[in-house]
Design a binder for this molecule. Structure first.
Ligand SMILES: *[C@@H]1O[C@H](CO)[C@@H](O)[C@H](O)[C@H]1NC(C)=O
Ligand SMILES: *[C@@H]1O[C@H](CO)[C@@H](O)[C@H](O)[C@H]1NC(C)=O
Length: 319
């Protein structure tokens, strides 16, 4: 059995997708899209709630924290300390790993209080399918989820109007970053792969989250529409994913002309390459987790907007 350091050490070399370690992001059924997408407050042109409020942003953060808390609860119910030790984690690593769940739960409690304190009913937790098969898949998925958590808070920060809420969000995002760094260090990946983390917009984050959601009670409608899923094409080999090589993709979305590789280290945030025959060349300059979308344009500003996004994102690990 390969050790965890070997499994995730490989992620640190070149540009290796970790989507293979994730459950395939299922396409949403029309019923699920309705459940997630159609709310009276949604602006159909943006796929987001009209007049997005700070409470909407808190509800969105709460949705993600529920998901993360459920992820650790399910994983630690399935796998024992001995499973993590067999991957090469030391007892202190296992203690640190298990401490993450409690901090995610504390974020849930804090966000629920903040939403309720604003006079709004907090969203309810959903049921989830993380597709966990073994302890190594749990660690690989945790690494991606923590990265998405950091990206979600960074993307939401400019949407907030209240500096008090921004301060609470800042207190949470640094902890999500510690989770992420701990998992990288325990996995023998570079602790700090880039000088900048990667902000991600609400619809992009929700598209990634929706891939783990089986169903939600009615009290959890965010009025956010996910983008169509983007996955690697069947048979694409992670070992081939290095800058300059071709990445074969699969989606039901039509009209894409470009791939968009979003990474905090890039000028403008996103590098675009042509989407030809279902594939794109992977650009230079990616470091840390990178999000891949399909787009209908390649703006010279390097800025990917929802308006030109047609599918994705898919999460990929670059060093
Ligand atoms: C959003 O705000 C605008 C301007 O304040 C207002 O006219 C509109 O009715 C609002 N829409 C919703 C759905 O509340
Ligand atoms: C794309 O995904 C669909 C649905 O999962 C699958 O049936 C099909 O074989 C995939 N095609 C490629 C080229 O990967």
């Amino acid at each position: 059995m390969p050790s965890l350091r070997q499994i995730l050490g490989a992620v640190a070399v070149g540009l290796v997708t970790v989507t293979s370690a994730l459950p395939a992001f299922p396409r949403m059924s029309p019923r699920m899209e309705k459940m997630f997408g159609l709310a009276t407050r949604q602006n159909p042109a943006t796929g987001l709630p009209d007049n997005l409020t700070d409470v909407d942003v808190l509800q969105f953060a709460l949705t993600l924290e529920f998901l993360e808390t459920a992820f650790y609860a399910q994983g630690f119910a399935m796998f024992q300390d001995s499973d993590f030790a067999a991957l090469g984690l030391q007892p202190a690593d296992i203690t640190n790993l298990k401490s993450i769940q409690g901090t995610e739960q504390a974020h849930v409690t804090t966000l629920m209080s903040a939403v309720a304190g604003a006079g709004t009913q907090p969203v309810a937790p959903c049921t989830y399918n993380f597709g966990l098969t073994n302890a190594a898949s749990m660690i690989a998925t945790a690494s991606v989820l923590e990265n998405v958590g950091v990206s979600a808070y960074l993307g939401a920060a400019p949407l907030l109007k209240s500096t008090a809420i921004l301060s609470v969000a800042a207190q949470i995002v640094t902890i999500e970053a510690r989770h992420q760094t701990f998992i990288r260090v325990a996995s023998n990946a570079a602790a700090i792969p880039s000088p900048f983390d990667t902000p991600l917009g609400v619809r992009n984050v929700f598209t990634l989250a929706a891939g783990f959601i089986s169903s939600c009670p009615t009290g959890s409608n965010l009025a956010v529409t996910p983008f169509p899923a983007l996955t690697m094409a069947t048979g694409a080999t992670p070992a081939a994913f290095t800058a300059g090589t071709s990445l074969a993709l699969n989606t039901t979305a039509t009209g894409a002309t470009n791939c968009a590789f979003t990474n905090g280290g890039l000028a403008g945030g996103t590098a675009f390459t042509a989407f030809t025959n279902g594939a794109c060349v992977i650009p230079q300059g990616l470091a840390g987790l990178t999000y891949v979308n399909l787009a209908t344009a390649a703006p010279a500003t390097g800025v990917l907007t929802d308006a030109i996004t047609v599918a994705g994102p898919m999460a990929m690990a670059a060093s």
